[in-house]
Design a protein around this ligand. Structure first.
Ligand SMILES: [Zn+2]
Length: 323
């Protein structure tokens, strides 16, 4: 069986490191990369050196998803390396001007609809040339649900959207090992993040409902161990999934109780449930809030109404208030 090594690489985010995995097999494979920063590059070089390898020895890179801590170093690998991931990585890896413009446009419009005040909208990042810490390099191969990888024997691709719509996990049935990316982390709950619609889609993805489905899916599989994107491996997958889903349900209940008090915009809900951090971490806390609202809306417990100025207000569905 292929030998697997975990390298912990420094990244400029709050979790401080990302795990990338080197797999020695017919082909020298790296799962995920670290950010496009000197610290990540040096960390990767050092980790490889300790195992007797150089960056130019890596023959293929498989991305669990497009976030820069997982894909940001793509530019350093040799020209003929295979670069493999889900096709929803593509716009984030190519970063054409038109994509970056529509990306900023989407989030500005969405923020207005969700009731975010103009003073915060002005401060939202504008990506003129590149998403921070990312690199620009194309995939050579795309994979999706059910694909087996000829260049990584024994593993099957599982499509696991939620944290990112580009998110995949790699499952080896013979011993129940899963490379899980950021799908389920031991210490922190993984954020379902808002993303713009892609490829001509009309509606934005609904990250929290997608994420819950992905969690339930892995809880139903005979997984023995998850090699995660940050922190230690997860062994008891079912209990941790149950715990995460329970916590999410509690947060959704809190949001629902707020809305029973009075109809609110997503921004107003966000301020109530994250009073201490919403200003500093507006995009993260808004993603989380919209996730809970999507979840309640999908259950039929709340509905949306548009005000005259175009902002959306969430209120309980009359039929479900008594529940
Ligand atoms: Zn991520």
């Amino acid at each position: 069986m292929n030998k697997i090594h975990c390298l912990s690489i420094p990244v400029p985010y709050s979790m401080q490191t990302v795990n990338v995995y080197l797999i020695e097999g017919d082909c020298l494979t790296l799962i995920d990369t670290g950010t496009n920063t000197t610290e990540s590059l040096e960390g990767l070089k050092l980790g490889l050196k300790e195992l007797g390898y150089k960056i130019s020895d890596v023959e293929q890179v498989i991305l669990t998803h497009h976030h820069p801590d997982h894909s940001g170093l793509l530019e350093v690998f040799r020209d003929d390396a295979l670069i493999i991931g889900h096709d929803r990585n593509i716009p984030y890896l190519i970063q054409e001007d038109s994509f970056l413009i529509s990306y900023v446009h989407f989030f500005t419009n969405l923020a207005r609809k969700l009731g975010v005040p103009e003073e915060f909208i002005k401060l939202m990042p504008r990506y003129d040339r590149k998403i921070p810490y990312s690199s620009k390099r194309k995939l050579t191969h795309t994979v999706t649900e059910g694909d087996s990888l000829t260049s990584l024997e024994g593993f099957t691709v599982i499509y696991t959207p939620g944290h990112a719509t580009s998110h995949i996990a790699l499952y080896r049935e013979s011993d129940g090992l899963l490379f899980g990316g950021d799908l389920l982390l031991e210490k922190i709950s993984s954020n379902p993040l808002l993303e713009p619609p892609l490829n001509g889609e009309i509606h934005r993805p609904r990250p929290l409902p997608q994420y819950n489905q992905s969690l339930k899916r892995i809880a139903s599989m005979p997984i023995q161990q998850i090699y995660t994107g940050h922190g230690n491996p997860v062994v008891d997958v079912q209990s941790l999934v149950e715990y995460r889903l329970e916590k999410q349900q509690l947060r959704a209940n809190k949001v629902y109780d707020l809305l029973k008090g009075s109809p609110l915009t997503a921004y107003e809900v966000c301020k109530e449930i994250f009073p201490k951090v919403y200003q500093r971490q507006l995009s993260l806390t808004m993603s989380e809030t919209v996730g809970q609202l999507d979840y309640l809306e999908d259950l039929g417990k709340i509905k949306l109404e548009e005000r005259e100025d175009g902002t959306l207000v969430y209120k309980p569905n009359e039929h479900s208030v008594s529940n």
